[in-house]
Design a protein around this ligand. Structure first.
Ligand code: GLN
Length: 445
């Protein structure tokens, strides 16, 4: 059914870089044979899944939507790929994204732009735009995205689906092409909160192959989904309801918070005073880490190699000039600059200090509150091609970045519409307390 849905809508939505039709049919048949044999099946047996194209899949194209990796066939699976296989899922394809996960609209893909299923003139958000559009359009039952500054939650909000960034260290990054290693985290994009909990059960696991993976126990995330939020303390930070946020978004989210209050939760206005330093600090730290991570793409080991160079250095230069798109190059240059001697202290080090202040705001708030609720995005999905200046695109991450800077888990849930387009409400939790935000979001939903 999912493959025939892909046949009928993919030409319009363009969520996929690769559709793994043959592999999917073979895997489904295999699982069915097991079922008929009475063998034990995994908890997600037969469920069609799509993976963002920055997650390695053995022998299946993994492009990061970049010319640099247009022909890259990984020789191994990412841990998340493996875990989903173990759970019995059927991979139906790899989804389009902003090149190397840099962007908020999927317009930075080197291949094509994905469209928002609610209005195909509009972007699906990014960078996991293909993953969100695929789920929203019924082209996958769920998908995985990666979130460095909002790339799961923002497209989930724009496409009217559920998206969660787990706590940093909760889900393995092994085999996921790195953008900014201290911020990147993989998470589910699903149709509802219960599916999100089920997928978390499959992918949240300590992994010795990722040195930042946290060796902490993982609960059964479906356990707390009982609709009971009586006495739950919700902090509502005033810095997320400022002028930059569209009135339609603020109204919709406030009404959604009222629903939780009517269920017995207690909501209070709080302050996270360093919120507005999030974007400038993020746009130093993320490019700095990216400039280091992307140094490996030099035409020798992976993917694309430019023709016609007559020395090794020339080959590096030509490969990187031709292989990377302009946003990726901009980030590499910004990052290299802020890490260089003489500028390091002024930019990178200062940004890291600001990062600590942002985290301390959250630590302070979580002494008193169980969850923090904000809008996921400052606006609804915009029309493709209309955000031309970079700063406006960067400002789009205003509601999501603090969470990555602090390593916290956060979940975006559809909470209504503004001018006919989906609005997302963001639930932010304490580190490793995904269970509480799932519980609250489930009660709301
Ligand atoms: N929009 C942000 C950026 O461009 C976040 C991207 C992400 O989370 N991968 O960096």
């Amino acid at each position: 059914a999912v493959l025939s849905r892909i046949d009928s809508v993919e030409e319009t939505i363009k969520a996929y870089v690769t559709v793994t039709r043959q592999e999917a049919l073979a895997k489904a048949a295999q699982i069915d044979a097991k079922r008929l044999n009475g063998e034990k099946l995994g908890p997600l047996a037969g469920i069609p899944v799509a993976l963002k194209d920055n997650m390695c899949t053995n022998g299946i194209l993994t492009t990061c939507s970049s010319k640099m990796l247009h022909n890259f066939l990984p020789p191994y699976d990412a841990t998340v790929t493996e875990l989903l296989q173990d759970a019995g899922t059927v991979l139906v394809g790899k989804t389009n994204m902003d090149e190397f996960a840099m962007g908020s609209s999927t317009e930075n893909s080197a291949f094509f732009t994905t469209r928002n299923p609610w209005d195909v003139k509009r972007v699906p958000g990014g960078s996991s735009g293909g993953s969100a559009a695929a789920v929203a359009a019924g082209e996958a039952t769920f998908s995985l995205g990666s979130d460095t500054g909002g790339s799961i939650r923002q497209p989930a909000a724009y496409c009217g689906v559920v998206g969660m960034k787990p706590t940093y260290g909760r889900v393995s990054r092994y085999g996921v092409v790195a953008f900014a290693s201290s911020l990147d985290q993989v998470g589910p994009v699903t149709k509802d909160v219960k599916d999100c909990a089920l997928v978390m059960n499959a992918i949240a696991k300590y992994d010795p192959r990722d040195t930042t993976s946290a060796d902490v126990p993982t609960p059964d995330y479906t356990q707390g989904l009982d609709g009971n939020v009586k006495g739950m303390k919700i902090g509502v930070p005033k810095e997320y309801f400022v002028e930059e946020i569209d009135p339609g978004i603020k109204d919709t989210v406030r009404k959604a918070i009222d629903v939780l209050v009517s269920l017995g939760a207690e909501a209070e206005e709080i302050s996270l005073p360093h919120t507005h330093y999030g974007i400038p600090a993020y746009y130093l730290i993320a490019p700095a880490e990216a400039s280091s991570n992307l140094a490996r793409f030099d035409g020798v080991q992976y993917g694309f190699r430019a023709e016609g160079a007559d020395s090794l250095i020339e080959m590096y230069k030509k490969t990187r000039s031709e292989g990377f798109g302009s946003e990726v190059k901009r980030r590499i240059m910004l990052g290299t600059y802020s890490l260089s001697s003489g500028y390091y202290d002024d930019y990178y080090l200062k940004a890291q200090k600001v990062r600590t202040l942002i985290k301390q705001d959250f630590d302070e708030a979580f002494k008193k509150y169980d969850v923090i609720i904000t809008p996921t995005t400052p606006n609804t999905a915009f029309v493709s091609g209309t955000v031309e200046d970079l700063l406006s695109m960067y400002l789009n991450d205003i509601c999501t970045i603090g969470v990555n800077m602090s390593g916290l888990p956060a979940l975006s849930v559809p909470c209504g519409f503004a001018e006919g387009l989906p609005v997302g409400m963001q639930f932010i939790g304490k580190a490793f307390d995904e269970a509480t935000i799932l519980k609250a979001a489930y009660a709301y939903e």
